[in-house]
Design a protein around this ligand. Structure first.
Ligand code: PMP
Length: 427
């Protein structure tokens, strides 16, 4: 690996101009992050000429691989026709058809630009529709950087020790009830006490923001039941799991239909777009039919919409082979890494599903935020750094998920396992 002189210099310049030198906190890691020049397939190339096998994959936004030609070509074709119109387009209608065809709960669609925007609008919709104020979320779930959900949040918020952000008004935080994930008893207790004021239960059906944490058997069904009994809406935040677990996301995989779902990341094929989807009678509470306001200058812009149509079309075409293959290679890679750790004294636990995996530096099975937090983060940091030196880029926090893409080759996987083997000597 070439010494990262240019990255070091860029970081110095960046730090005097941008807080922490970055535009999203989790991108910062010690002593400074490498600065990426370009990406292609499974690789990132930095400004110092280093190449990395990427398992961050734009924090899960990339499923096919960076710069996937079938998506890029269609997007390039769109650029000549315009980038933002401020009027409806046929492409938005086509995308809404594709979304309602593939996501079980999607009867109607409202497009937005980022995951945070989608969950913000979905929560407002739930409050407007039910006339209730309270929100139930789960410790360690991350739903974007906005006030109602920056309470005991995962992702960068957990990594930097500010799960409940300063600046969130107490009046807002107090309307967000935080429960431990995968704990049915805590769920029932909370709803017995104050269930009838709850507008929505929002959950990552598979947590991706404390590392990967899977729902225990029957847990999502229990959330559905409690929501039905109390009149709360069930919102699945599928910004990570949508189109990654399968075409119909986690709701299809587990056979639980939420009232609303939020989608983002994979759906845009590398471009910024998100969606709120759900039951017709709830969705029609959105303005201009109903009185819940949600809007955006760039919502449904033709560039991102074209990328999303190309992505969903490719996914539809490739689905039977693609998802099976991704699951197989991810499970294989995880097992190979675990086997290497088994030959050491370092205690680890792995969670994996579809193309997502996390190696937790703890002996305990990781089933919620508390068990994830039992991980030895200083060993994770050493591991991350040792891998980076060997040309493998894992997301820089114990509480983020590794993503495998369709462009990761046999050779990439083999080389990753060799790098892990050699990195272990530095722990
Ligand atoms: N929900 C989930 C489940 C996420 O993982 C994220 C981002 N990691 C968000 C919402 C927020 O999305 P964005 O960063 O696009 O605002």
């Amino acid at each position: 690996m070439a010494p990262s002189l240019k990255s070091a210099r860029l970081f110095e310049r960046a730090s005097s101009l941008m807080p922490g030198g970055v535009n999203s906190p989790v991108r910062m890691f010690d002593p400074y992050p490498f600065f990426t020049k370009k990406a292609g397939g499974s690789k990132l190339h930095d400004v110092d000429g280093n190449k990395y096998i990427d398992y961050c994959m734009g924090y899960g936004a990339i499923l096919f691989g960076h710069n996937y030609p079938p998506i890029l070509e269609v997007v390039k074709g769109q650029l000549d026709s315009g980038t933002v119109f401020g009027t409806p387009t046929e492409a938005e209608v086509r995308l809404a058809e594709l979304l309602t065809d593939s996501v079980p709960c999607a009867e109607m669609v409202r497009l937005s630009n980022s995951g945070a925007e989608a969950t913000m609008h979905a929560i407002r919709l739930a409050r407007g529709y039910t006339g209730r104020r309270r929100l139930v979320k789960f410790d360690g779930c991350y739903h974007g950087a906005h006030d109602s959900v920056l309470v005991k949040a995962g992702s960068g918020a957990a990594s930097f020790g500010v799960p409940t952000s300063r600046g969130v008004p107490e009046e807002t935080a107090k309307n967000t009830l935080v429960l431990p994930y995968n704990n049915v008893q805590a769920l029932h207790q909370a709803f017995e006490k104050e269930g009838h004021g709850v507008a929505a239960i929002i959950v990552e059906p598979i947590i991706g923001n404390m590392g990967v944490i899977l729902p225990s058997e029957g847990y999502l069904q229990e959330l559905r039941k409690v929501a039905n009994e109390t009149g709360a809406l069930l919102i699945f935040d599928e910004v990570i799991t949508g189109f990654r677990i399968g075409l119909g996301g986690a709701q299809e995989y587990y056979g639980v239909k939420p009232d609303l779902a939020t989608l983002g990341k994979v759906m845009g094929g590398g471009f910024p777009i998100s969606a709120i989807v759900g039951k017709r009678k709830i969705m029609e509470a959105f303005s201009p039919v109903g009185e819940v306001y949600a809007a955006g200058t760039f919502s449904g812009n033709p560039v991102s919409v074209t990328a999303a149509i190309a992505t969903l079309t490719e996914l539809e075409k490739e689905r039977s082979r693609l998802y099976r293959n991704l699951e197989k290679i991810t499970a294989g890679l995880t097992a190979n890494i675990m086997e290497l750790f088994a030959g050491t004294k370092i205690e680890v636990h792995a969670n994996s599903i579809a193309s997502m995996f996390t190696i937790f530096f703890t002996r305990k099975p990781v089933i919620n935020s508390e068990t994830a937090l039992s991980s030895d983060r200083s060993t994770f940091k050493k591991f991350h750094r040792a891998l980076m030196k060997r040309g493998v880029f894992f997301p820089p926090s114990q509480f983020e998920t590794c993503f495998v893409s369709a462009s990761h080759s046999e050779e990439d996987l083999q080389s990753t396992v060799e790098s892990v083997d050699s990195a272990l000597k530095e722990l």
